[in-house]
Design a protein around this ligand. Structure first.
Ligand SMILES: Cc1cc2nc3c(=O)[nH]c(=O)nc-3n(C[C@H](O)[C@H](O)[C@H](O)COP(=O)(O)OP(=O)(O)OC[C@H]3O[C@@H](n4cnc5c(N)ncnc54)[C@H](O)[C@@H]3O)c2cc1C
Length: 347
């Protein structure tokens, strides 16, 4: 963190707590002794409920308000918003997990008839390194008419936003993902398959996977988007691939149809995805691409584990695993490739 960022962060905290304590007190049943002021020590948060075992996430199961530090467009229809945490504190998420943002519905969004504004809840996977002190980032894709998107689009530095974490937001597969005896074993592999904002939990997990001393897990990320312009978090992903070339390989897959080939027009008209190039794979993420670009399933009896982790749209879960929530089906792509249920993780 630069000196400038640190000092603007500090200014934001002072401004935030000065102007918002009364608002937070009115909205939140949580004691201000815990959340009204920066706390050095997490024991000050004792008595609150958490969604997972210690070390606890900063956010308990009740809403806690934090200030916006900065907000910026990262693609034409998505933003990265940075929120402040008290000095010296980090988010400490169980990885993988999301946190729930409380969204104040915009009055123009069909709610301008004098009715009381409703609270809307939306889960987001923080994308910054969960150990980062003093702040964290979320990525929000802005859909036309989307409630959270509209709300996030209008946020500015100093605004207060409330988050909580609930048990369903914490995944059963959790870092360290594999048996500790294998943690330093390069034979542990993960094939990440993401579509659009489904890359957010993947980036969240890449930080501990790649940056924890002794962890040698290898990762291949197959990341699908409609066009090159839609690829989210590319600078962050490319930077990790540059720093860990032996452990992380990324394949960007471009296509608004399964048959999409390079050089054709992207969805939406004039915009051209680019001429066919080695930089991209084209079409959708399918059996052939997973076999060629991902890791094979682990052989029974071999040391090390091989998991496939999917996060994307329903069509992706359905074709690759049969569904998002049920056991993988025998007709699914991953079953045909030799993966069985316990090696298929779904966000
Ligand atoms: C566990 C979990 C983690 C998530 N993490 C993230 C994250 O890190 N970043 C992120 O941006 N989102 C994430 N999402 C999705 C997020 O929670 C919201 O659902 C999403 O941002 C849309 O909310 P909204 O209120 O703006 O749109 P809504 O008001 O719910 O929907 C308005 C319209 O937007 C369009 N729309 C909404 N969602 C989609 C979609 N997925 N695809 C296409 N069109 C859509 C539809 O036309 C819809 O009618 C996550 C969801 C889950 C379940």
């Amino acid at each position: 963190m630069t000196a400038n960022t640190a000092s603007s962060l500090k200014r934001c905290w002072i401004l935030f707590w000065t102007v918002s304590v009364a608002v937070v007190a009115a909205e939140e049943p949580v004691s201000l002794a815990h959340h009204g002021f920066p706390v050095e020590d997490k024991t000050a948060l004792a008595g609150l409920q958490y969604a997972a075992d210690p070390p606890h996430c900063y956010f308990p199961t009740q809403f806690v308000s934090v200030p916006v530090i900065a907000s910026r467009h990262t693609t034409h229809d998505s933003k990265i918003v940075t929120f402040g945490l008290p000095e010296g504190m980090s988010l400490d998420l169980p990885v993988s997990s999301a946190i729930v943002m409380k969204v104040l519905e915009d009055e123009q969004d069909g709610n301008d008839s004098g009715k009381k504004k409703r609270d809307v809840m939306r889960p987001y996977n923080p994308i910054s390194n969960s150990r980062r002190e003093g702040s964290f980032d979320i990525l929000v894709k802005i859909y036309p008419g989307g409630k959270a998107g509209t709300y996030v689009g209008q946020l500015k530095a100093g605004d207060a936003v409330s988050f909580k974490q609930t048990k369903p937001n914490v995944k059963k597969f959790r870092y360290p993902f594999f048996d500790s005896s294998n943690d330093d074993d390069a034979r542990n592999t993960i094939t990440m398959i993401a579509g659009g904002t489904g890359v957010a939990p993947m980036l969240q997990a890449l930080y501990p996977l790649l940056e924890t001393p002794g962890d040698r897990t290898r990762v291949r990320l197959l990341y699908g988007n409609k066009s090159a312009e839609d690829i989210l978090l590319r600078p962050e992903l490319d930077e990790l691939a540059r720093r860990y070339p032996d452990r992380l390989r990324i394949h960007y897959v471009i296509g608004d149809t399964a048959e999409h080939t390079g050089g054709t027009e992207c969805a939406g008209g004039a915009e051209v995805c680019g001429t066919e190039s080695d930089e991209y794979e084209y079409g959708w993420i399918d059996e052939e691409k997973i076999r060629r670009l991902g890791f094979p399933p682990a052989d029974p009896g071999q040391d090390g584990s091989s998991a496939v982790w999917i996060c994307g749209v329903d069509a992706m879960y359905n074709s690759l695993a049969g569904s998002r929530l049920k056991r993988i089906t025998q007709e699914s792509t991953l079953y045909r490739l030799g993966y069985r249920d316990d090696a298929v993780w779904r966000s």
